[in-house]
Design a protein around this ligand. Sequence first.
Ligand code: GLV
Length: 330
Amino acid sequence: MKAAVLVARAVFPEVLEKLAAHFELSTNQPDAVWTQAQLISQLQGKQGVLTTGSERVDAALLAACPALKICANMAVGFNNFDLDAMSAAGVLGSNTPDVLTDTTADFGFALLLATARRMAEAEHFLRAGLWSRWRYDMFAGAEVHGSTLGILGMGRIGQGIARRAAHGFGMQVIYHNRSRLDAATESACAARWVSKTELLQSCDHLMLVLPYSPQAHHAVGAPELAQMKPTATLVNIARGGIVDDAALAAALRQGTIAAAGLDVFEGEPRVHPDLLALSNVVLTPHIASATLSTRRAMADLAADNLIRFLVHGQAVTPLNPQILNGAASA
Ligand code: GLV
């Protein structure tokens, strides 16, 4: 008998076709916004679900959906999963690492360049018809090449950014991470480990690439911003909640730092109104992995996890692999 699977959000039709060959499939191609109660109702009798970072899987949902065996997240981040509750309930979680690393690192760099070189502000000025003549200091920004890049969080994406910075832009790269990279990886990234204080104080540009966890909540708030150079740029492509957005808006307004590029926000898709009111911030709607080929690869990998687990009792990129030992295929 085919297992029942819900694809909770709109995805590529060809990925649905692949899943439909293996499962009784329910979908949400209109991309309707479901409440948590509606998601739970849609999940009744389903053994698997393909989620994005927007669907919350917690103890209450797991208790209300006893048939559920796997949640395959179409994202590398999985802070929408209560992984301990999933493990306790015997539910496998999977994510989509690797396939988005370079695309996301490219975007981090694009956001850094756009922010430091004031591209959004300059474009708005031009579109508003305000450009009457060249001026020596018009939209003069901060130098990127040859400057010092600080990276907070140094996983696969952080390392991709470090390589671009060191080898493409001749930047000095310093990083802070709970665990230090081995010497060979540090050398490939041309990156040097420093304390968080040194990172904040020394960098010209700070890139946040750490995963969200309760310990990382407001890892950059008013005290951290106060340690940065007044000329510094902050880029957040990690997760909302890692930066205290209200404190950041105040810092940008007061000139504590010069500019910020943000792809993620506390409570997104809402954006703090104080950030919206500022010109020295570049804002994008959580699109760091958004190229068609990468989003397709992410959807494929999430689908492959569902197929591999529910059909073969294995998984490609499991988050709590201990579940596999006790897993029964459908
Ligand atoms: C996007 O934010 C992801 O975690 O893949």
